[in-house]
Design a protein around this ligand. Sequence first.
Ligand code: ATP
Ligand code: MG
Ligand code: FE
Length: 341
Amino acid sequence: GLVLGIESSCDETAVALVDTDRVIHAQRIASQDDKHAPYGGVVPEIAARAHAERLAPMIEAVLAENGTKLADCDAIAATAGPGLIGGVMVGLVSAKALAMASDVPLLAINHLEGHALSPRLADPELDFPYMLLLVSGGHCQILSVEGVGEYRRLATTIDDALGEAFDKSAKILGLGYPGGPAVERLAKEGDPQAVPLPRPLMGSKEPHFSFAGLKSAVLRAHESGEHNDADIAASFQQAAIDCLIDRLEHAMKRAPDKPALVVAGGVAANQQVRAALENLAGSRGMRFVAPPLALCTDNAAMIAWAGCERLALGQFDPLDIAARPRWPLDPDAEPVRGAGV
Ligand code: ATP
Ligand code: MG
Ligand code: FE
C-alpha cells in the first residue's frame, strides 16, 4: 500500500510517499527556521502562511519524483493535530481536497502517533509492546506502546517539554533558534560536572518530569558570570539526561518486562541522550531502538508511516474530521498540573 503523508503542525512543511513495506519512495522537507529565527521561536501566523505557500508545489514534486499519480495512492495521511492550529488546518484541508478529488481515502494522523510509530518504519524487527520515551519540542512523555492506537501514558512533564528547555537554554546562551542542536554542539566543548544544576523530580515517587526549574537555574548560572557557556551547556545536558534516566527507571519498575526501550521526537536526535538510553537499555537486557536522525525531528515520512499502519488495519477517517490543537495520545491519562498533556 502506498501512502502520501503531509506534515504541517509546527515549522516544517513536509511531504513523503511511503510504502507499507517500509520504503520511503520520495520526500521533501522545507524548514522555516530562517523565518522564525529573528523572533527566537515559532510565530504561528508566519508558519501557517509559509505552509500554505509551499505545500502544493511540494506535493506535486514528491509525486512527480516517483512518477506517481494521486489516484495510485492507497491513502492520504495528514497531521490533524496536536500543533499550531493554522498550520495543521493548511495540511489537513489540502489532504481532504486531494482525497475528495482523487477518490482516495483520508487518514487524519495524530502528530505524536507519527513520532511514536516512527521507530517501526526504520526497524522492521520492532514489535509491540515497547517502552517509548517521546521527547520533542512540545512533549516529554514515557508511554507504553501496546499497538497502533494503543498508548498508555506512564509519565509526562508537569511544566516544560525537554525540547523547549533546550530551546530556552539556547536562547539564554545566545545560541539562536532552533536551540537543541546548538546546545549539543557547544556542550561537546564543556565539562558536564562544572556547573551544579538541579535535577527536578529526580527520585520522586511521582512518575513525572519537570524542566522549568532546570531552565531557570541555567539562567541564574549564566547571569552569575561565574561559568563559561560551554560548561553551562554541558552541565544542562547532563542534568536533563540524569532526569530522563531516573524517570525511565521509575517507569520500568511500574511497567516491567518491556522487551525494548525506544526513543522518538526531536530530542532523540541528541547523541548524548541516545548514548545514555542505550546504556540504560543494555543494563536492563532491553533492546534499544532509535530512529535515524532525520526521522526524529518533524518529517512527513513518519506521518505517512503512521498512515501505513492504519491503512493495514483499515482505519480510515471521514472527510469532515476536525483539526485539533490539543490531542493527547492517551485520553485516559490523569491530567497533571502545568502544560503537559
Ligand atoms: P511536538 O512534536 O511535541 O509537537 P515539535 O514537533 O516542535 O513538537 P520536534 O520537531 O519533534 O518537536 O522536535 C523539535 C525539538 O527537538 C526542538 O525543541 C529542538 O530544539 C529539539 N532538538 C532537535 N535536535 C536536537 C538535539 N540534537 N539535541 C537536543 N534537542 C534537539
Ligand atoms: Mg522545527
Ligand atoms: Fe514533532
